[in-house]
Design a protein around this ligand. Structure first.
Ligand code: SF4
Length: 329
């Protein structure tokens, strides 16, 4: 058995841009939003890999394509050694129960007309249709206790609007884990939670990872959050990974100017050490027509003429630490 649960190679996801009637009539070239544009990484069993970057960096689309919630435009995703593109519909459906998602907005991801017990047990209905009502109920109760919705019998019949935001997110976590997946895509799972419960939810996710042998792909725009849960981190910019490595190593020695800027923008609670700086000027450029050369060059304070012409490739600068920048060669 390979050490790697997920192996992603040169993954691309381009969305075709809707053409208006005139453009179609004139046979204008089809344009694409290059949301993910050549991403490669591997995820070990039991590991937490963070995908981080500003909005528009392609982190959520990468996660969705890895789980085959979106079809890739190019590239391969191997899950437990199996190329997902080689699977038929039914095989993919069976594989799906081994991969689950925790979404950012619990209110939108729980059916308001279903009780928590029904919502959490729904995955068992879909993937284990032979399971008896009694067994399903028992499993749901166990999972609710496990995520801290306790006493579970009390919460079982509650509806999403009757509980707090933190409890809703616990229900979303329970729903994702009820089928005992191997891989969990956690898409900004605490971004909408109250500041007061964020640390508790991260603790919960850490504990469940150990107890249930989970592997997380953790998507976040916030490097401070990633620090509490990720083993490794991949920094994305405009559909590409610009730096990747062990989280402690990357945070202690960030090499790409974009990583440094993201880390500098993290608020520091100690007023004596305040170092929060704004992100580099400008916004992420349009992914329809990314800048030539290094995609970060229009915002990079260290850009040279070479940066606008030649795209830097990801290269290993220390064991397991890769960077795509001409300055780091
Ligand atoms: Fe900046 Fe050039 Fe490095 Fe890109 S390659 S991050 S523009 S220095």
């Amino acid at each position: 058995m390979s050490d790697y649960l997920v192996e992603v190679s040169d993954l691309k996801k381009w969305f075709p841009l809707q053409q208006d009637f005139i453009s179609r009539l004139l046979g204008r070239q089809q344009l694409f939003v290059r949301a993910v544009d050549g991403v490669s990484f591997a995820l070990k069993r039991g590991e937490v890999l963070g995908l981080a970057g500003e909005s528009g960096s392609g982190k959520t689309t990468t996660g969705r394509v890895v789980l085959r919630l979106e079809e890739p435009t190019a590239g391969t995703v191997r899950f437990d050694g199996v190329d997902l593109a080689s699977l038929g519909r039914e095989e993919l459906r069976r594989m799906r129960k081994r991969m689950q998602v925790i979404y950012q907005d619990p209110m939108a991801s729980l059916n308001p007309r279903m009780s928590l017990g029904e919502s959490i047990g729904y995955g068992l209905r879909v993937h284990f249709p032979q399971m008896s009502d009694h067994d399903r109920h028992t499993k749901v109760i166990e999972m609710m206790e496990m995520v801290g919705l306790s006493p579970a019998q009390f919460f079982y019949s509650k509806f999403p609007h009757q509980i707090s935001g933190g409890q809703r997110q616990r229900a979303v976590i329970a729903r994702a884990l009820i089928t005992h997946p191997d891989l969990v895509l956690a898409d900004e799972p605490i971004a909408m939670a109250d500041v007061s419960v964020r640390a508790l939810l991260l603790d919960l996710m850490n504990r469940l990872k150990e107890e249930l042998n989970l592997t997380y792909l953790f998507i976040t725009h916030d490097l401070a959050t990633a620090k509490y849960i990720c083993d490794r981190i991949a920094i994305l910019y405009l559909g590409r990974i610009v730096e990747m490595g062990d989280l402690r190593e990357v945070y202690a020695h960030p090499l790409h100017p974009y990583t440094r800027a993201l880390l500098d923008a993290v608020p520091v609670p100690d007023p004596h050490q305040r170092r929060q700086k704004p992100l580099p000027k400008g916004e992420i450029p349009n992914p329809i027509n990314p800048p030539s050369g290094c995609r970060f060059h229009p915002r990079c304070p260290f850009a040279t003429p070479r940066c606008a012409e030649e795209e830097p490739q990801l290269r290993e600068v220390a064991p397991g630490h890769t960077v795509a920048c001409h300055l780091v060669e």
